[in-house]
Design a protein around this ligand. Sequence first.
Ligand code: C2E
Ligand code: MG
Ligand code: MG
Length: 729
Amino acid sequence: MRNSRSTPDMRENNNSRKPHRMKPAVFVMQQLEMLGLVDEKLESNAFLRTLINTIPDLVWLKSPDGIFLACNPPFERMIGAREAEIVGKTDHDLLERELADVFRKHAIKAMTSGAPCVNETWLDFAEDGYRGLFETIKTPMRDQQGAIIGILCIARDISALKQAAENQRLAASVFDNCQEAVLIADSDNKIVAVNRAFTQITGYSSEEVLGKNPKMLSSGRQSETFYNGMWQSLQRYGLWRGEIWNRRKSGEIYAELLSIATICDDSGKIQRYVAIFSDISLLKEHEAELNRAANYDALTGLPNRRLLTDRLQQAILRTRRNSGILAVCYMDLDGFKQINDKYGHEVGDQLLMSITQRLQYVLCSGDTLARLGGDEFVALLNDQQLERDYFPALERILDIVGTSVNHEAYELTLSASIGVTFYPHNNADGDTLLRHANQAMYAAKQNGKNRYHLYDTEHDQRMNSLQSTRKRFVEGLENGEFELFYQPKIALDTCRVIGAEALIRWRHPERGLLSPGEFLPIIENSDLEILLGEWVTDSALAQLSAWSGSGIDFEASINISTRHLQSPWFVQRLAQKLAQYPELPHKRLQIEILETAALEDFVQSSEAMENCRKLGISFALDDFGTGYSSLAYLRKLSVEVLKIDQSFVRGMLGDDGDRAIVEGIVALAKTFGRKTVAEGIEMPELIPVLAEIGCTHGQGYGIARPMPVDVLMAWYESYCNRSIDRRSS
Ligand code: C2E
Ligand code: MG
Ligand code: MG
């Protein structure tokens, strides 16, 4: 309407009487005269005029046929014209048609009914664009005879009132319909209003609570301090928010999320407390459920690994405070897997539950029993002052786990292996304590199960340092710090060099040149033996090939550990390596294995040796004489050479026993068609003696020490020259 409004002058006048042809003032005077309203009083009564003009509402007068007779300034502002321009015109001259029709209709209604006609109408102010809702009252004016002589119209802006009423209605509807319970209390903390949700949550109707103190809802679960805190926050910040346990009318205790705010008057004095709360019992239950799932094992209800970590942390702190000892016991059931496989998971689960129950029975209330999954449990035992004070409890655990369980037709018996470490003797963090207890548990298994094993801190330290040395070993191998030295082997009858034994050396950047005795022990019984063996094989084959290329037909023997020999891919990998040197006769490579080791797992070793032999590789039994090989074994092993241990060779000149052993070995080798190598020939005098006995080959410091390959070549050259000299002299 505001946009379509046109100024009164521009409006199309659809009034047939065209009143504007006359000057308005003249016209009005005529009209007023006709109505008998022009008398001295009216004309002169400036007081009345002032009155109308002072009224803040819109006021205007009209003749019965709708012609404006007068109006006050607010009405002028609405129309956007001065009174002089308004008077004499009709609604249709001044207003948009739709509004003009409405105004006219209401005026007619008032006149026909003879009573005030009240309406609410949206009006746009031409002057400042204001739009508001107005209550218009159109009242017929009568002369003294009672005849209607005009209409008095008053319009009052009720926009703000309407808005306030609307706001109130909205607030009331929110109050009534919101899901949260609302409780309003006065400054004395007496309840003055509650909503529907309050009744739904607490079970109390508003009649039952009005005038009462909200204390009536309290469950007694919160302490005095809790409420003091709440009141302090309300006084200080005008606000409190938190979770609280309250009691329903039924007596049931429930959790609510509660916000309380104070409403103050202008002077800051508290007038009202408004409490809004929702029932979060379900949420709490859900939370508890999640907590259970996150922290407890579903089958046994015991704390799981996550909660155990937490408990262990607390136990460590407590132990520190009490200067006591904490026992961390890692337990694994022996033979559980077999029962599970044999009787099914259901039986397995029942067994776990029954063991859990029994274990709980033997543990004290301050102890923690947790299940890490499968058949692994951890018990944290407190409150003892000495390690040995825990032993009876550990025995009890073993006994209780070992007690057989009757399941339907079967009687099931288990045992446990327990690894134990004590804090603070083992002054480690929680994770490490668990790891150590776990290591000890494995030791208990290895030692025969159904027992507990105490973790040995020193042993662990040794293992740790071993691990770091092993790491360094691998780095050394990767950095090319290893090298093969070669010690010549000669034929004892001719003194001709037939080849050399490859012996590993580590050129350690910090420690200098290391002999095998200084680093082989650290890789003993580990797969690093395989790693080294592979490197040695590659290296020796490359060397053999290089020699072969320069016309030197040396053999080379390499030392291979049994672990390597028995590894699944040994033969296959050796074949691959050999294939890289097609021109190299395979027999140039010999493998030395310790006599003692070869006999340890005879079947496996002999199978691998047999397969290697098929590749053309020969074997030597190293340090022979120390392993007490039985003749039967010796016959079956496909070895070409027996290397007589240097301890017998070294001493044979002065010790008849040693000599007898050497002679015995040589005789034995002859019987079985094997060659012999005498190791440790420190003195050249031994050479003819050994040759005489019938020993075929020899090596030792008396001939040459192990040396780098280029030194060997130089040595070999001078050795050959010396031999020629000897022969020619
Ligand atoms: P082994 O296979 O019996 O090698 C002979 C050892 O005796 C060598 O010690 C050699 O230097 C030493 N030797 C030689 N002649 C004499 C002598 O006249 N007097 C004395 N006192 N000693 C002599 P090395 O090089 O220290 O090697 C020690 C052991 O380490 C070897 O004994 C062998 O069992 C092992 N080994 C050496 N290299 C390797 C390798 O590459 N792999 C593996 N797995 N073991 C190796
Ligand atoms: Mg050897
Ligand atoms: Mg040896």
